[in-house]
Design a protein around this ligand. Sequence first.
Ligand SMILES: Cc1ncc(COP(=O)(O)O)c(C=O)c1O
Length: 376
Amino acid sequence: MASFLQACVRVHTKNIIHNLQIARQQAPQARVLAIVKAELYGHRINQVVETIEKNLLDDDVLGVTDLPSAEKLRSLFKHRRLLLLHGVFNQQELTSCINNNIEMVVHCPNQIDLLSSLPQKSLPLLWLKVDSGMGRLGFSSLQVESLIDKIKALKPHCLMSHFACADEPLSPLNEKQKKSFASFKKRLSKIPYSSLANSAAILHQLTPMDSDSTQYIRPGIMLYGGFPNNMSQKNSIINTLLPTMSFEAPVISLKKAHKGMTVGYGADWVAPEDGYIATLKAGYADGYPRALGDKAQVFFEGQYYPVVGRVSMDLMAIYLHPSSYQPNAFPKIKIGDRVELWGKNLDIRQVAEKADTIAYELLTQIADRVPRFCDD
Ligand SMILES: Cc1ncc(COP(=O)(O)O)c(C=O)c1O
């Protein structure tokens, strides 16, 4: 357990598994490529990935973007299918993938050249990525035409692409991308599997979900309870996803505040009334955004308290207004208590919005120095 002097993260593993089940229910016939990149979107602990792995089916896959993470996963799971989402860039990386039985995405001509030098029987399972409209990784239709023989010789296992605007279900680009993907599929009809849906596409059913047994769905952020911000709260599936991380900070000082006193760098927050200031040991070096100074709240035992003054590297302050405790009594918060910065009582998506960012960024920017614990 963390010393009370440290900020910490509690990971709610059961909620990740719940969210995985929700993803599977959307596409019961599909295989699942569970995205566990960036150390499980900042959640980190091995125990969590072990639990996710146990809840996958035999043909499901774990996906990461860098080779060291894939190698680490291979050391944890001898038999689990693993996919390197950005593929390999030199012979050494290719050799490691082959030796570790790691599948890879092929998205550019250099990778085709690297793989074409291998005898057919040593080829790993390959996922051919085409660019249907994201404009970053993936072959264009012109490239596919010019490389068609080489591509066919590699016998890719899965044809994949990525939506640019899946979190905006009405964006015309979604239809355009689906059409473009369908024409790639037609041209490369021998590729047995296909994969297009990330969390937003799964939640918005942008691709046919219920009956397709030749697709892989690719849930990422939805596993971690921070699905895209601008989705309608009325969507009932979204409301069944659960938060998977609580970020907590300890109170290390509690002092009386008198009306007119200022708090923090720049002295730009002024106490409107007498009350208390609790100083928390967490700051932007822990991954709590500086942009949240004077904007966010924290939660403790049924009550919300405003963050006041600027968030600094290691500290931030909250204001205990007199209405938050009994007159002539001490506030409920004491030194050593841990308050929630986001988690079960403070929706990370709303906190992210206040910081003008997205939950993905908050989750993955929690610092190394912040210990993570499983709390179930
Ligand atoms: C290729 C690919 N598929 C799926 C995902 C998961 O996306 P999300 O976290 O939005 O579900 C990612 C993440 O960026 C990705 O790169």
